[in-house]
Design a protein around this ligand. Structure first.
Ligand SMILES: [Zn+2]
Length: 264
């Protein structure tokens, strides 16, 4: 598995509860950044192999990419399949707000209680957490569709993908993938940020204190960029510390003189 550049890649579609349209399948045990499950009713069930790349996506776009470390198969698992009461199709849509709850996409019949059919399946699970690289929405579903897929079967949960196209697309999004990141599981090339300090020469306005005082007098605690500020004090970044010092002083002075609430 730790040999040559993986020559095959697959996309795994993760279906969020909210967007699961076809309820004939009641969902799988998935943890998108670690493993993906499917069963023997799924097209391409025997496609993904250890060592292949996987692109895990949802209906909106790519969640991340990884290399499959292990595929486990568990035979003789029981599963309940939901079928249309009229035509026995499994293409049922479940509706959150409309009754009856289920509608058949094939014959358009609507009903609350579908036929429940117990079937025996083999459950597959691909584990890939070791070399997972989160892509976090940088590649949309449309881009994947246009550039990466080797088949147009959009409804399939597992689809073959061109690994080179996938990596090129990731690269255009500044997703830094080390040449063979899957060997070490070290996902992303870290850019080194130097530490320490250096001296700078800064330009300071002559009369800054008075300038600031007049600004506040005229405009109040309103930031030119973000508008009115919460509380009594304007928040303007690096000046905060200076302001706090002068505020304390003035408050003390003001209360000593019994004057009202100017804070600056
Ligand atoms: Zn039907």
């Amino acid at each position: 598995m730790e040999g040559a550049d993986p020559s095959r890649a697959w996309s795994f579609l993760v279906v969020n509860e909210g967007d699961r349209q076809h309820q004939g399948n009641q969902g799988y045990d998935d943890e998108p950044s670690r493993y993906y499950s499917w069963d023997s009713t799924v097209p391409n069930r025997d496609g993904p192999q250890e060592g292949d790349l996987c692109a895990v996506r949802d209906s909106r776009g790519l969640l991340g990419i990884s290399q499959i470390d292990e595929i486990t198969r568990s035979e003789g698992e029981e599963k309940t399949r939901l079928r249309c009461r009229e035509c026995e199709s499994t293409a049922l849509k479940s509706r959150a707000t409309v009754r009856p709850t289920y509608r058949c996409s094939s014959c358009k019949a609507a009903f609350d209680e579908p036929i429940e059919q117990p079937i025996e399946v083999t459950v597959y699970r691909a584990d890939y957490g070791r070399s997972w690289v989160s892509v976090g929405g940088a590649v949309t579903a449309g881009e994947l569709e246009a550039d990466c897929y080797l088949s147009g079967a959009k409804q399939h949960a597992i689809r073959p993908v061109d690994p080179q196209a996938l990596r090129q697309l990731a690269a255009t999004r500044q997703i830094l993938i080390a040449g063979e990141w899957w060997r070490t599981g070290g996902a992303v090339e870290a850019l080194e940020i130097p530490g320490g300090h250096r001296r700078l020469t800064a330009l300071a306005r002559v009369g800054q204190g008075e300038f600031r005082r007049r600004l506040l007098e005229r405009f109040g605690p309103v930031c030119a960029f973000t508008g009115p500020q919460p509380g009594k004090e304007p928040a303007c970044g690096p000046r905060d510390r200076l302001r706090k010092r002068s505020t304390t002083r003035t408050r003390r002075g003001a209360s000593a003189q019994g004057r009202s609430s100017r804070t600056v």
